[in-house]
Design a protein around this ligand. Structure first.
Ligand SMILES: [Zn+2]
Length: 347
């Protein structure tokens, strides 16, 4: 029988650095979805590079079954319809940022690839932007839905070495993918092999640094293998020959965005130190309740932006549905803050 959990090491330090165990989130909504007999996920902080990762984590067999058997997205038609609408709205800002910060001088015939493209919301936008793009998605159900409904090329499977010819791609886009990867070094290495000179990668990952709400704490769940900051994500890319061109924290969404390229260093770039301060993680764990309260208007503003985009793009019915979510989610955040006061989250 395959064991459900396995031990892992820091991919940035190859296991050479000491680890500090920390506890996972009490609000781990994925425990039920994975069907594993635990209360919450187990995490550790790498004292060498500052990467936060799940350890022990669900075994390779469990993770592959989870993503390839449609357990992550599910296949409820109403949920799929919503995913399709929301997906393209969320991607438009990210793609605009990615294209603005990627390097010029790549051949126009080189491929653009959306890794873990889901239903293909961003691929539509990439085509509109004039890119020759296709997507790769492990979940066969959601991939086939994207192919049918949007008529776009989505290949079923996992991205890795040998999938693309060397120097055939100019741009990789990945949205909420790297935190789920089993072996991020292998994926970045495969990207480096497939990219042309000056080719770039856009990565959006959930993060705890500069967070605005409780959601940042809930990121530490069973479905995530890693949680990055700009330093640990940069280290992953730099180790594979990339130059980090730009990064930003999108605090209202508790996200980190980064563009890295295979090019020459830019003289004006500020070097990113390879070690990360434990204090940022400790502050997040103990300060998230206060931040949730103080930054509640920011969070609410983020949801209302979503609502106005829904109204503009899909009409009032869709907008009203999203308005419910806009109010409910920050209220739930606030309730969690009050329920958690007095509890310790110490590992
Ligand atoms: Zn490390």
């Amino acid at each position: 029988m395959t064991p459900s959990f396995e031990n892992t090491v820091c991919p940035n330090c190859n296991g050479d650095s000491p680890l500090r165990p920390v506890s996972g989130s009490r609000t781990d909504i994925y425990v039920k979805k994975f069907g594993l007999n635990v209360a919450r996920s187990s995490w550790c902080f790498c004292k060498g590079c500052g990467l936060l990762f799940q350890n022990p984590r669900p075994s390779k067999a469990v993770i592959e079954a989870f993503y390839q058997q449609n357990k992550y997205f599910g296949s409820d038609p109403a949920a799929m319809d919503r995913l399709l609408r929301v997906a393209s709205r969320k991607h438009s800002l990210k793609l605009e940022y990615a294209l603005r910060h990627r390097r010029a001088g790549v051949p126009s015939e080189a491929l653009a690839v959306d890794i873990g493209c889901g239903i293909g919301g961003c691929l539509q936008l990439m085509h509109k932007a004039g890119l020759k793009a296709f997507g790769i998605e492990p979940d066969p159900v959601i991939g086939s839905l994207g192919r049918k409904q949007l008529g776009i090329e989505i290949r079923t499977g996992l991205f890795g070495k040998g999938l693309l010819a060397p120097q055939s791609a100019s741009f990789f886009y990945s949205n909420h993918v790297f935190e789920h990867l089993e072996d991020p070094q292998q994926v970045v290495g495969a990207m480096a092999e497939a990219l042309v000179e000056n080719g770039s990668v856009f990565t959006c990952v959930p993060t705890y640094a500069r967070n605005s709400s409780w959601e940042a704490y809930a990121w530490q769940n069973l479905s995530h293998n890693y949680l990055f900051t700009h330093r640990t994500l940069a280290a992953l890319f730099q180790k594979n020959g990339f130059i980090v061109d730009h990064w930003r924290y999108q605090s209202d969404a508790n996200e980190l965005w980064m563009v890295a390229s295979l090019g020459k260093p830019n003289a004006s770039q500020v070097p990113i130190p390879s070690t990360y301060d434990w204090k940022v993680y400790a502050d997040y764990r103990f300060g998230v309740m206060a931040r949730s309260l103080v930054l509640w208007p920011l969070r609410l503003g983020y949801h209302f932006k979503e609502v106005s985009a829904a109204i503009t793009q899909n009409g009032w019915t869709s907008g009203l549905r999203d308005l419910g979510l806009a109010i409910r989610t920050p209220l739930a955040d606030l309730a969690r803050v009050f329920l958690s006061l007095g509890r310790t989250n110490r590992a």
